[in-house]
Ligand binder design. Structure first.
Ligand code: PMP
Length: 318
C-alpha cells in the first residue's frame, strides 16, 4: 500500500514538547501468532523525539515546575538518572534554555554518556558499585549544598512522573484499543509508567490486570524489585496497585530483543525485550484477551552489547 502524503507539522524547536506522545500501538506479525486469539500489542515509545518513554515524564516535570515557579530562567535542572530520563531532560533543557546537570553511574553505556554530552549536559559520574542509589545520593547532596542554583527534578519522588502517564500514555492506550484492553504489562524502573497508566486504566475498568516486569538483576532502566526494596525505594511506587509481578532473566530479555529485530523488524531496547517476554507469559495463560505492553526505547543505545550478534541457541527461545 502506498501511503498518502499527509502534511507534516511545522514546529518551533522550543516546542519540541508538542511532539511527545501520540505514539503508535504495534501489532505483531509472527511472534504472537502461537497465542491467537489472544491479541498482543506494544506501545512504540521510541517514537518520542528524545527516543524514549521518558520524554513524557520529563515534559510533565518541567512544565509543572515552570507553572509553579520552581523552575525559571537561570536555574539548572538536576537529577539522578540511569540514562533515558537524562536524555529527555538534556533535550528539553537545551530546547528551553536550561542547563542540565545529571548524576549517573559511571558504568552507564558509552552510547548514553555520549548522547548526553552531545546535548551539552554536565555529567557527574558516580560509583558504579553504588548503582542508582549512589547517583540519587549525589544529586541530593548537590541540591542541598546549593538549592538556589538547582531545580531538583527528583523523578523517583515527583508525582509529575506518574501523572504524565496518567494524562497521556494511559488515555492513548485506552483509545487505541477502543477500551478492549484486558492486561497491561510494563517494566518497573521508577514505576512511573505503571503507576500512571495503571491508575488510569483501573479507573476506566477495574477488571484490567496490571502486571509489572522486573529483571533478575538491575539493568537498563529496570531496577528489579529486590533492588527497589533493599535500596532507595521510589516514593511514587505503590505496590498495592499491581496485580502481579513477573521476573524475566537478562538472557530472556536479550533473546526477545533479538527476535523482535529479526522476526518483526523492530529494533528495540533490552527492557522492551523483557516487557515482551513477560507479555507472552501472560498471553500463554489466557484463552482470550487484549494484552498491551510498552517498549520504552530503541536498540541503538545498546549496540555496544554483543548479544545482538549472537545466534539463537538451537531450538531454544522460540
Ligand atoms: N526501560 C527503560 C529503557 C527505561 O529507561 C526506564 C526508565 N528508567 C524504564 C524501562 C522504566 O520506566 P519507569 O521509570 O516509568 O518505571
Amino acid at each position: 500500500m502506498v501511503p498518502t502524503i499527509a502534511r507534516a507539522r511545522v514546529v518551533e524547536a522550543k516546542d519540541l514538547f508538542e511532539l511527545i506522545g501520540h505514539t503508535p500501538l504495534i501489532r505483531f506479525r509472527r511472534i504472537t501468532a502461537p497465542f491467537a486469539p489472544v491479541e498482543i500489542y506494544a506501545k512504540a515509545e521510541w517514537y518520542n523525539p528524545g527516543g524514549s518513554v521518558k520524554d513524557r515524564p520529563a515534559r510533565e516535570i518541567i512544565l509543572t515546575a515552570e507553572r509553579e515557579g520552581r523552575l525559571r530562567p537561570g536555574k539548572v535542572i538536576l537529577d539522578a538518572t540511569s540514562g533515558n530520563m537524562g536524555i529527555a531532560y538534556a533535550m528539553l533543557g537545551a530546547a528551553r534554555g536550561y542547563p542540565v546537570t545529571l548524576c549517573i553511574p559511571a558504568n552507564a553505556s558509552p552510547e548514553r554518556l555520549r548522547i548526553l554530552r552531545a546535548y551539552g549536559a554536565e555529567l557527574i559520574l558516580t560509583d558504579p558499585l553504588e548503582g542508582t542509589d549512589g547517583a540519587i545520593l549525589e544529586a541530593r547532596r548537590r541540591y542541598e549544598a546549593d538549592p538556589e542554583r538547582y531545580f531538583y527534578a527528583d523523578q523517583y519522588n515527583n508525582p509529575a512522573n506518574w501523572k504524565a502517564h496518567y494524562r497521556t500514555t494511559g488515555p492513548e492506550i485506552w483509545a487505541q484499543t477502543e477500551g478492549r484492553i484486558t492486561h497491561f504489562v510494563a517494566g518497573l524502573g521508577t514505576s512511573g509508567t505503571m503507576m500512571g497508566v495503571g491508575r488510569y486504566l483501573k479507573e476506566q475498568n477495574p477488571e484490567i490486570r496490571l502486571i509489572g516486569v522486573q529483571p533478575d538483576g538491575p539493568f537498563h532502566g529496570l531496577e528489579g524489585l529486590k533492588h527497589m526494596e533493599t535500596a532507595i525505594r521510589p516514593g511514587i511506587y505503590e505496590p498495592e496497585l499491581l496485580d502481579e509481578i513477573l521476573t524475566v532473566s537478562t538472557e530472556e530479555a536479550y533473546a526477545m530483543a533479538r527476535r523482535l529485530a529479526r522476526e518483526e523488524g523492530l529494533f528495540v531496547g533490552i527492557s522492551a525485550g523483557a516487557a515482551m517476554a513477560a507479555a507472552l507469559q501472560v498471553a500463554a495463560r489466557l484463552r482470550e484477551g487484549v494484552v498491551v505492553t510498552l517498549f520504552p526505547d530503541a536498540g541503538y543505545k545498546y549496540l555496544s552489547e554483543s548479544f545482538w550478534f549472537e545466534a539463537d541457541p538451537p531450538g531454544g527461545n522460540r
